[in-house]
Structure formats: structure tokens, C-alpha cells
Design a binder for this molecule. Structure first.
Ligand SMILES: C[S@@+](CC[C@H](N)C(=O)[O-])C[C@H]1O[C@@H](n2cnc3c(N)ncnc32)[C@H](O)[C@@H]1O
Length: 275
């Protein structure tokens, strides 16, 4: 396991993922009944952007650094940015999620890297609403779903994509989640280097008969050079009502807020399968 999120925390792709994640949780919170968020690849929970790893890449400067520096940004980003500000050290997905939970909701987070699971455990020690598992997030789906006492939920799958089969494992995970916890919303973050693997991933889900799929993509440049991270996407299955509109406003706000960091910023929302 070579991937360490501390090198990439706060980059444009993290901002896209976290702003959309927070919006999904806010929409789920509109109904009183509690829900469970399962974060299969949680990372270490929070990151020091002045630390050695973040300094080495400097990626956060063209992401959260740029957004936090600006006064006039789209109101669609204000919830996300005020959450980041409120949490002190730059928050990862489990901390953002925890911040948005109500007393009736729960977070279950899996992390496989021993050095990342330790700070994650420390962060949520003695928090009765959070359970941390040191285990493979894909395998955990079978053991942890459906949640024991909650009928609503969100599964976030955010792998490092350092292995060749991550797209395949994500597609298998969707079918598994649908069979064990049909009501769940599923959000999968994916990198866009070039189009072919992304298209294959989408086609695999469509051919497996998965319904109600939408993709929300943010591109820095056309995905032509497969050696670079040219953009990213979040694929959502079973998005809650109202998410599409919020996601469009968030991606537009991010495009405007990150304008100037790259020459050909673009956003793309595509409905892959109807309900
Ligand atoms: C992209 S990072 C997660 C970032 C986090 N979701 C966030 O947004 O703050 C991916 C994480 O998955 C962990 N990981 C890699 N393979 C895993 C697996 N099979 N199961 C669980 N975690 C895994 C890595 O150690 C890394 O911390």
C-alpha cells in the first residue's frame, strides 16, 4: 500500500468529493429518520496542510487553498467552506461526515493502512456515533451491510486507484450494496486520466442492470494524457431528490472558484441510467 492521502489532501479532487458528500448528507438529513454513512476508504480523518507530505506536492494550493482565499464565492460552496473552516485542521471525509451527523445518525469508517487507521481511531475515540474498522473496505460491505437498526444510508467508496482492479472492484461493490441495502445512496469517487477506463466502468454498471446512476465530473483539461490526473468524477446511484440541482450549483461554484488554476476547467453531469 503506497498511497498516502496526506500528499493529496485538499487538492481539487478532494474539494469536489467533499463538497458533494456534504450536500448528500444534508439532503438525507431533511427526513427525521436516522441514517448510516459507511465510508469504505476513510483515510486518517484530518490532515496538516503545513506538514511535510502536503508541502512536498503543494497540491492543496490549487484546491482548498484557492477557495479559502476568496471572499466572493458561489453560495453553493458556503456550507462546505464553513465546515472546513470550523474544523481547524483540514478535514477528510469521515470528519466532514461526523460534523454533519445528527444524534440519530451513525458513521462507520474502514481504513486498511495501519498508519492511517491509528490517527483515525484516536480522532473518534469514545464517540458513540462512530465505529472505526481496520479492514478492507470492499470486504467490509458484506459484513457491515445492511446496518443493524437504520433503514437509510449512504455508502462512500473512495479508493486510491493505485491497483489496476479498483474500477472493477467498485462496480462489484455497487451490485453487492444493491443486493444487501437497496435503499442506500452510493457515491464513488473516481479519477479521470483518460476516458477509456472510465467508460468501461460506466458500461459495466449499465450492463449489470444498475438503475438510477448519475455522474458528476470536474475536468482540469481534456483527458488525453493518461499519465496525469486530468479530472475526477463522483458516480452516484440512487441520489436523493434535489441532489442534482445542488450538485450542479456546487460544481459550477468550484469551476468559478478554481478558475485560473488550469486553462480548460470544465464540468459534466451525465445521467447514465434512469430509475
Ligand atoms: C483516497 S484515500 C481516502 C480519503 C478519504 N476518503 C477522504 O476523502 O478524506 C484512500 C484511502 O484508502 C485506504 N485504502 C487502500 N486500500 C484500502 C482497502 N482495500 N480498504 C480500506 N482502505 C483502503 C488508503 O490507505 C487511503 O487512506
Amino acid at each position: 500500500m503506497n498511497y498516502r492521502h496526506a500528499y493529496h489532501a485538499g487538492n481539487f479532487a478532494d474539494c469536489v468529493k467533499h463538497a458533494l458528500l456534504l450536500s448528500l448528507i444534508r439532503i438525507l438529513s431533511r427526513k427525521d429518520a436516522g441514517f448510516c454513512v459507511l465510508d469504505t476508504h476513510a483515510g486518517c480523518g484530518r490532515y496538516d496542510l503545513s506538514g511535510e507530505e502536503a508541502l512536498k506536492t503543494g497540491e492543496w494550493h490549487d484546491g482548498i487553498g484557492r477557495l479559502l482565499d476568496q471572499v466572493e464565492l458561489s453560495p453553493a460552496l458556503s456550507d462546505y467552506l464553513s465546515t472546513v473552516r470550523a474544523l481547524g485542521l483540514y478535514p477528510g471525509s469521515p470528519l466532514i461526515t461526523r460534523h454533519a451527523l445528527r444524534p440519530q445518525d451513525r458513521l462507520v469508517a474502514c481504513e486498511l493502512h495501519p498508519e492511517d487507521v491509528r490517527p483515525l481511531r484516536r480522532l473518534f475515540r469514545a464517540d458513540p456515533q462512530v465505529a472505526i474498522h481496520h479492514r478492507d473496505g470492499y470486504e467490509a460491505l458484506r459484513a457491515l451491510l445492511p446496518p443493524k437498526d437504520l433503514k437509510r444510508g449512504l455508502v462512500l467508496i473512495d479508493p486510491p486507484f493505485e491497483k489496476r482492479d479498483d474500477f472493477e472492484r467498485c462496480a462489484e461493490a455497487v451490485s453487492l450494496i444493491r443486493s444487501r441495502f437497496r435503499a442506500a445512496t452510493i457515491a464513488i469517487w473516481y479519477p479521470i486520466k483518460h476516458r477509456a477506463p472510465v467508460r468501461t466502468f460506466h458500461d459495466t454498471l449499465i450492463n449489470a442492470g444498475i438503475r438510477d446512476i448519475t455522474t458528476y465530473e470536474f475536468l482540469l483539461r481534456p483527458p488525453l494524457d493518461a499519465t496525469r490526473l486530468n479530472g475526477c468524477g463522483v458516480l452516484v446511484v440512487n441520489a436523493p431528490w434535489g441532489f442534482d440541482e445542488d450538485a450542479r450549483a456546487i460544481l459550477t461554484g468550484l469551476r468559478d472558484g478554481l478558475d485560473g488554476t488550469h486553462e480548460e476547467l470544465d464540468i459534466r453531469i451525465e445521467r447514465l441510467a434512469e430509475e
